[in-house]
Design a protein around this ligand. Structure first.
Ligand SMILES: Nc1ncnc2c1ncn2[C@@H]1O[C@H](COP(=O)(O)OP(=O)(O)OP(=O)(O)O)[C@@H](O)[C@H]1O
Length: 271
């Protein structure tokens, strides 16, 4: 095992009789860009939430390098959550705070209770936040209220906030599902650039197959909580796609939002 490999072994999460994630075993090397696809309810969100320990596994283990993540408690668990930045579909920004402060919120986990309450940040942290905004081309908006930005800009603020956490893994749960095509492309390009430049492992849940194909080193398709396909985008044949999405196939291609993503001819035939 390489030092920073993420490994899931027999990972299972049951809700009542539903096995949302069912005996999933995966090795994800450091720096990989992984697209997770599958129809609604396949277990994609639960898988990401298990990895950052927002959801507890019913059974199975998670390792990162030499650490058993699934056994972490207390301070070590909080550190792990810092190591795994999470990006959500709905951005989760404070609309009334300015963009810079929203980014600085990514540093709060490093602060004690009082300095968190007072939102006191050091000059070094402000510099870090401006640098993160610069990477997302958002410096001109730094002092604007987050709520006044477009959805795509807000999602890039959320990525900047994740960056200042200095994460080792980025988990993105449907990050472009609410965005128009141009903004979706900017957000996916940003995730990809950070992945390449910083070597941060990225796992991103996507509804749109062509986006997954265009950006991912590896695609994992889930079906009924299990890994149904695991391979390179070019290995994802039309027959596999049909099996993944079943009668939901139309839904998978309805809202392909990344305008620059090359359309796959076979898949376009379904749409
Ligand atoms: N907290 C919960 N309590 C009960 N059942 C849950 C809970 N979270 C998820 N489930 C169930 O687990 C299964 C997998 O859900 P999950 O949200 O992980 O799927 P998904 O692939 O992310 O779907 P979507 O694309 O619609 O978000 C579903 O049947 C869902 O209803």
């Amino acid at each position: 095992m390489t030092q920073e490999q993420l490994s899931l072994s027999g990972l299972t999460r049951q809700f009542g009789v539903t096995r949302a994630v069912d005996d999933v075993s995966l090795d994800i090397p450091a720096g990989q860009f992984v697209g997770v696809i599958g129809r609604s309810g396949a277990g994609k969100s639960t898988l990401l939430r298990l990895i950052n320990r927002m959801t507890e596994p019913t059974s199975g283990k998670i390792h990162f390098g030499g650490t058993e993540v699934s056994a972490l408690r207390g301070r070590a668990l909080r550190q792990w959550r810092r190591d795994c930045a999470m990006i959500f579909q709905q951005f989760n920004l404070s609309d009334r705070l300015d963009v810079l402060t929203n980014v600085l919120v990514g540093r709060l986990a490093e602060h004690g209770f009082v300095s968190s309450m007072l939102m006191h940040f050091t000059d070094a942290e402000r510099t870090m936040a401006i640098e993160a905004l610069d990477r997302l081309s958002l410096v001109p908006q730094a002092l604007q209220r987050a709520g006044t930005l477009s959805g795509g800009q807000q999602q890039r603020v959320a990525i900047a906030r994740a960056l200042v956490q200095r994460p080792r893994i980025m988990l993105a749960d449907e990050p472009i599902a609410s965005l128009d095509p141009a903004n979706a492309t900017l957000v996916m390009d940003s995730l990809r650039r950070i992945n390449r430049e910083d070597g941060i492992t990225v796992l991103v849940n996507l509804h749109t197959l062509d986006t997954a194909r265009a950006y991912s080193d590896r695609i994992i398709a889930m079906r009924d909580g299990r890994v149904f396909f695991d391979g390179k985008p070019r290995q994802l044949t039309d027959d596999v796609v049909r099996d993944i999405y079943g009668s939901d196939a139309f839904g998978a291609f309805d809202h392909d939002v990344t305008s620059t993503a090359p359309r796959h001819v076979g898949v376009a035939a379904y749409a």
